[in-house]
Design a protein around this ligand. Structure first.
Ligand code: FES
Length: 181
């Protein structure tokens, strides 16, 4: 062997080993950074969509099927319990709702909100007295929803009503005294 060749070989081997070691380290570091970047991207996309995509405006569905008219007797209020969907941004929830429905004439149906216009307690129909009664402060209302005794300041609010065949559809509630168009 040429003198000094051994030490050159050792230097080359050491150099290559170090280079390989460096390359491997660089590769692992790059790989780890790439994985972190990917995770960050995966997490950032939904957040960006949530922040940048405008939520749907809060909107209640126009009409909700509340029941059938066959269960109604002329001049006798009936409590209809139904579920209606509420849309709030991306969230759609279903909530229980109630209406006091009265068939006033063959072609005339009205649906009262059960909330007393005084402080919002639930009114109910008292057949014996032929009136709606609020249990909280004893306001009473006629079958047309008019105030008979206070402290309720105004008549019962009404749902917008639509009849399709035998189905009763209820729309939004209108404050008594407001135009219903
Ligand atoms: S809440 Fe009905 S009378 Fe007060």
């Amino acid at each position: 062997m040429v003198p000094g060749a051994h030490s050159v070989s050792v230097a080359v081997i050491l150099f290559l080993t170090e280079k390989t070691h460096l390359n491997r380290r660089t590769f692992y570091l790059t790989f780890i950074y790439a994985v972190w970047a990917l995770i960050g991207l995966v997490l950032a996309i939904p957040a960006a969509v949530y922040l940048l995509w405008p939520p749907r405006p809060r909107k209640e569905p126009d009409w909700t099927e509340a029941g059938t008219l066959t269960q109604l007797k002329l001049g006798t209020p009936n409590e209809f319990i139904f579920r209606k969907n509420r849309v709030d941004g991306w969230k759609v929830s279903s909530e229980k709702s109630t209406a006091w429905v009265v068939k006033m004439a063959e072609q005339e149906v009205v649906a009262f909100s059960p909330q007393c216009p005084h402080l919002g307690c639930a009114v109910h129909w008292v057949a014996k007295q032929n009136e709606f009664l609020c249990p909280c402060h004893a306001s009473t209302f006629s079958i047309e929803g008019q105030v008979l005794t206070g402290p309720a300041p105004r008549a019962l609010d009404r749902f917008k009503v639509k009849v399709e065949g035998d189905k009763l559809l209820l729309g939004p509630v209108h404050r008594s005294g407001e135009a219903t168009s």
